[in-house]
Write a protein that binds this ligand. Structure first.
Ligand code: HEM
Ligand SMILES: *[C@@H]1O[C@H](CO)[C@@H](O)[C@H](O)[C@H]1NC(C)=O
Ligand SMILES: *[C@@H]1O[C@H](CO)[C@@H](O)[C@H](O)[C@H]1NC(C)=O
Length: 329
């Protein structure tokens, strides 16, 4: 037993040495095995402290929690959850950050970089940026008072980003879309009406940074509380028009978003579309979630796990990035 164990340790150190030496120069991209399942225990041996490390940084950067949650959504809806959204522009590749209209408002990149640098110190070249986004989003929600859940891990990071894919309205939904269009986009990603209704509840935290996102709604839409429309028209007339989604508790992950929708006080057209005509799956669920916070939390947690399982296409070359803003060279 002693012999086989020391042989095992020796081979392991050799393997680690090889891995470490490749850290200097070429990191060969690997193609991810298609059937590989994500697992909550993925880093149990290789980076046992990963969950604490992510959470500690998020606790210190709570003001950025909504922005981080949004980054994960934008990552997963553009060629799968592969951290493509984090890549900076280079001479040869455009960045998803520069895709319109989100180019004015995606944020939180520095928080992910901070987590990554802690993890590169604790367990070098091990934890993918895509997994960091998944864990940081879970912690963002939990720390703002929302549900928590076990996050399946083992995602890989893409070696490509696609500005065109990030600008494609079939990938990322538009704030002026109607219910049918929104459902279709979510369905493209394997998410049903229930997932869509629960995930939209993320807009119980954070804000829109510009009136451009809700101008048509507050100046033209009839399915809106008149005093809310007047309030937000005033936001539009002052500066850029920064406005919270949920006025009452914008930094609290609760079910007030759905109560706002019942009162026709949804900020974006795409928010209010969940509760417009009556009789759809989404309208019924808005009524349930508005009354029953637990039901919302359970569905939200389940839908986040499902969203987090959206895979990059099989042709995507992947790796564990050493720096979330750039591919390994
Ligand atoms: C239904 C489709 C969706 C549309 C059309 C949409 C659109 C938007 C828009 C226009 C903003 C404001 C951007 C700005 O000006 O800063 C925003 C913010 C945000 N979105 Fe969504 N979103 C959708 C779904 C989601 C989902 C599924 C999530 C997460 C699960 C999410 C999380 C957030 C968060 C947390 C913010 C606030 C960010 C901050 O305060 O910095 N959104 N979204
Ligand atoms: C967003 O993209 C548009 C079109 O490329 C550009 O005109 C605008 O200046 C960009 N905004 C920011 C903040 O980069
Ligand atoms: C990516 O860009 C951001 C902001 O422009 C910068 O802070 C960050 O250091 C960059 N990351 C890399 C790897 O170049």
């Amino acid at each position: 037993m002693g012999i086989s164990k020391s042989f095992f340790v020796a081979s392991l150190s050799l393997l680690l040495a090889v891995l470490a030496s490749t850290g200097e120069g070429s990191h060969q991209p690997v193609v991810m095995p298609v059937a590989m399942e994500l697992s909550a225990k993925y880093y149990r041996k290789t980076c046992p402290n990963v969950q604490n490390a992510v959470r500690t940084v998020m606790e210190h950067r709570l003001d950025m929690a909504p922005a981080v949650l949004r980054l994960f959504f934008h990552d997963c809806f553009v060629n799968g959850c592969d951290a493509s959204v984090l890549l900076n522009r280079t001479d040869t590749m455009e960045s998803e950050k520069d895709a319109e209209p989100a180019n004015t408002s995606l944020a939180g990149f520095d928080v992910i970089d901070e987590i990554k640098s802690v993890l590169e110190h604790d367990c070098p070249a091990t934890v993918s940026c895509a997994d960091i986004l998944a864990l940081a989003s879970r912690d963002a929600v939990a720390l703002l008072g929302g549900p928590s859940w076990s996050v399946p891990l083992g995602r890989m990071d893409s070696r490509q980003a696609s500005k065109a894919a990030a600008e494609d309205a079939n990938n990322l939904p538009n704030p002026n879309s109607d219910l049918g269009e929104l459902l279709r986009v979510f369905e493209t990603h394997g998410l049903d009406a229930r997932d869509f209704t629960a995930l939209s509840g993320a807009h119980t935290v954070g804000k829109a940074h510009s009136c451009d996102n809700y101008r048509d709604r507050v100046y033209g839409d009839h399915n809106i509380d008149p005093s809310f429309a007047a309030l937000r028209r005033r936001s539009c007339e002052q500066g850029r028009g920064e406005a919270p989604f949920d006025e009452q508790t914008p930094m609290r992950f609760d079910n007030k978003y759905y109560q706002d929708l019942l009162h026709r006080r949804g900020l974006l057209t795409s928010d209010q579309e969940l509760y417009t005509h009556g009789g759809e799956v989404s309208s019924d669920l808005v009524e349930v979630y508005a009354k029953n916070r637990k039901a919302f939390f359970a569905d939200f947690a389940r839908a986040m796990v499902k969203m987090g399982e959206i895979r990059p296409p099989e042709w995507m070359p992947v790796e564990v990035r050493l720096n979330c803003g750039m591919v390994n060279n």
